[in-house]
Design a protein around this ligand. Structure first.
Ligand code: ADP
Ligand code: MG
Length: 238
């Protein structure tokens, strides 16, 4: 059974149909990339998966259970956004442990979990720092650390690297691939960058104007795009 299933999901804001009937299956431990031009509905779809936005119609299932009425905190997901708003007055350790503190996890257990995540993300030497004393890449790693400590079954990343410079983006892509291996988790990653999609994905979902144009491996999409839009967007030979 697929870890995540979307069945005929639609979303309208007023009279505007933004997501127009999306069906999708994401398998356990898959690295799935949603790619498509700005405004095609990637973030809206992610926010519905996360439970931050409700679908107008259709069903969202996680491990076979219907999630439509389940709140974001109870879906077993963690989301990392482009703007990673860390708490400026808190240290890296406290930022990473904050969700556990809200959940009433005792201090020692919090520390253990934060240290484990900090080790994976090479943040151990920075645990006592405040966000303003970190580089952009380090801050983004803290944001990822906040997700890791929640032990999610599915990670959702919405353009997490788009505020970083080109060299750092390449480095972070490699780190995310390593993280995917190490955590053995399912990851859904949104980007408008074809290169990011082609290099990171097990499976690419090409979105266009609220519709899934094609789903396939990078090589399938490259060699067998189903239409001109996919060919153009993926950069297939004409
Ligand atoms: P993407 O992430 O692919 O750039 P979005 O999901 O952010 O696209 O947006 C898809 C479309 O939905 C856009 O046309 C956007 O203006 C519209 N939209 C998104 N959120 C809202 C909202 N809260 N109210 C009205 N329109 C929205
Ligand atoms: Mg977006």
């Amino acid at each position: 059974m697929a870890t995540l299933q979307l069945k005929q999901i639609t979303k309208s804001f007023g009279d505007t149909d933004v997501i127009k009937g999306v069906d999708l299956e994401v398998n356990d431990r898959e690295f799935v990339v949603f790619v498509g031009p700005s405004g095609c509905g990637k973030s809206t779809l992610m926010r519905m998966i996360a439970g931050l936005e409700s679908a107008t119609s259709g069903d969202i299932l996680i491990d076979g259970a219907r999630m439509n009425e389940v709140g974001p905190a109870d879906r077993g997901l963690a989301m990392v956004f482009q703007s990673y708003a860390l708490y400026p007055h808190m240290t890296v350790e406290d930022n990473m442990g904050f969700s556990m503190r809200l959940a009433g996890v005792p201090k020692e257990a919090r520390r253990e979990k934060v240290l484990e995540a900090a080790k994976i993300l090479q943040l151990e030497p920075l645990l006592d720092r405040k966000p303003k004393a970190l580089s952009g890449g380090q801050r983004q790693r803290v944001a990822i650390g906040r997700a890791i400590v929640r032990n999610p079954s599915i990670f959702l990343f919405d353009e997490p690297l788009s505020n970083l410079d080109a060299a750092l983006r390449v480095q972070m892509r490699i780190e995310l691939a390593r993280l995917h291996e190490e955590l053995d988790a399912t990851m859904i990653y949104v980007t408008h960058d074809q290169i990011e999609a082609m290099t990171m994905a097990d499976k690419i979902v090409v979105l266009h104007d609220g519709v899934v144009e094609q789903v396939g491996s990078p090589m399938e999409l490259y060699h067998h795009p189903c239409n001109r839009f996919v060919a153009g967007f993926i950069g297939s030979p004409k």
